[in-house]
Design a protein around this ligand. Structure first.
Ligand SMILES: [Mg+2]
Length: 261
């Protein structure tokens, strides 16, 4: 298989919590020896790139900021392409700070100053007043956009915390408006990284554990997909899906033998 770029999900695919999966290290060494680029694609907008570089390096995998692409980059590029200027953001401080470099981020409710867009994200610092402001602006005509559709985010011990998609449900119930989701499973993120690395669809592969974000993103982008069973989706669940992943493997340790085929 002649792949030049491997896009990977992180949680449930390469590690769980702080625990790297068996065979992951050897897989990344194989990428390096064979001149295969890799990029971690994450829908999580609550951490900056240095946070991820540090986390992955600590686990023993050599990487730099070019090996990561998050819904933060995807969102900024998307809003810029639409020439959006004024936004209201539900998101953590680091995400808002990044957006402030590109847009006018409105801080407080002002009914005379309705922003073009209300942007929702994985907001672990959310307070009720912000949720209320977002709902008021959307009812007054702001477009409702969200970084990612994940309802929940896995933490350790098989537990979950509410993610962006879950937060959007709350706003939907109040405003009767559904958001436009960016991030996986939209193919935008994969298109953007293929362009960045200068590779074709045929040379690209998407590896992930979650069907409705990782695998569907790959299918939507027209690239080969590899489903791993080390995360939240079981073999039975993958088999039931309408559009099947190209390959299903037990975990990342089986990726090298697949690439050698
Ligand atoms: Mg995952």
């Amino acid at each position: 298989m002649n792949k030049k770029l491997i896009c990977l999900d992180m949680d449930g695919t390469v590690y769980l919590g702080d625990h790297l999966f068996k065979g992951a290290k050897e897989t990344f060494e194989y990428f390096k020896q064979n001149d295969i680029s890799f990029v971690f694609l994450t829908n999580n907008s609550s951490h900056s790139l240095p946070f991820y570089v540090n986390k992955i390096k600590k686990m023993g995998i050599e990487c730099n900021e070019d090996n990561f692409y998050s819904s933060i980059e995807t969102t900024i590029r998307y809003l810029e392409s639409r020439r959006i200027k004024n936004i209201y953001v539900l998101g953590v401080k680091t995400f808002k700070d990044e957006l402030k470099k590109h847009f006018n981020v409105i801080e407080q409710y002002d009914e005379k100053n309705v922003p073009e867009v209300v942007l929702a994200s994985f907001d672990t610092e959310l307070i009720y007043d912000e949720l209320k402001t977002a709902c008021l602006y959307i009812q007054k005509g702001s477009e409702f956009i969200a970084t990612n559709m994940d309802y929940r985010c896995p933490i350790e011990d098989g537990l979950y915390i509410p993610d962006c998609g879950g937060l959007c449900k709350w706003i939907e119930m109040c405003t009767d408006k559904k958001p436009l989701f960016l991030g996986k499973p939209e193919p935008t993120m994969i298109y953007q990284v293929m362009e960045k690395f200068g590779v074709s669809k045929e040379e690209t592969m998407m590896v992930g554990d979650r069907y409705y974000t990782d695998i569907v993103a790959g299918i939507n982008a027209g690239v080969d997909t590899v489903a791993v069973l080390s995360g939240e989706t079981t073999l039975e669940q993958f088999k039931k899906a309408d559009r099947q992943p190209t390959f299903i493997i037990e975990s990342i340790k089986d990726l090298v033998s697949l690439l050698k085929k």
